[in-house]
Ligand binder design. Sequence first.
Ligand code: PRP
Length: 179
Amino acid sequence: MTDRTYVIDEMISAKAIAARIEALCREIKAEFSDTDKLVVVGLLRGSFVFIADLVRELDLPIEVDFLEASSYGNAMESSREVRILKDLRAAIEGRDVLVVEDIVDTGHTLSHVTRLLQSRNPKRLKSIALLDKPSRREVDFKADWTGFEIPDEFVVGYGIDYAQRNRNLPHIGKVRFTD
Ligand code: PRP
């Protein structure tokens, strides 16, 4: 837990997120228009809000699965080790898969997870991240679709936490410490 005091300034409104998701889903539907069923994989926990809005905008046959990886400690620093805490329920060999992430920061998490899932021989594997902080990248990785590129600010909301708080904000906010 944190004992720092902070305020949250709105950075990306709920309306802007919804509009961007509509546009992204048009592209995803075009890419997977021939799928018999798309496995949409949310990376826990941060993606739970994004995946919920995304799948309701995607009128394709889908199933939903979740995977939990950990790359951060309790502080703001990212560690390099990526551990799989919860694996998929479904086998994905020969299947269409879309991995859904809230934010790509150093890139370790999503690059590790996509390599892992690729090794299971899916038919097609694509990734989408709502937010991307390219200035923080430590490994060469880019999601196939990105909602918004943002500067190196500490963001919360729409699934993203600060010490497990603020995930339920409907928009993306920027943390400003006041102590
Ligand atoms: C955050 C975020 C991404 C990852 C991005 O997850 O949700 O999964 O870090 O960082 P990276 O690009 O530097 O690897 P976190 O481990 O904080 O877990 P959470 O999703 O449960 O909040």
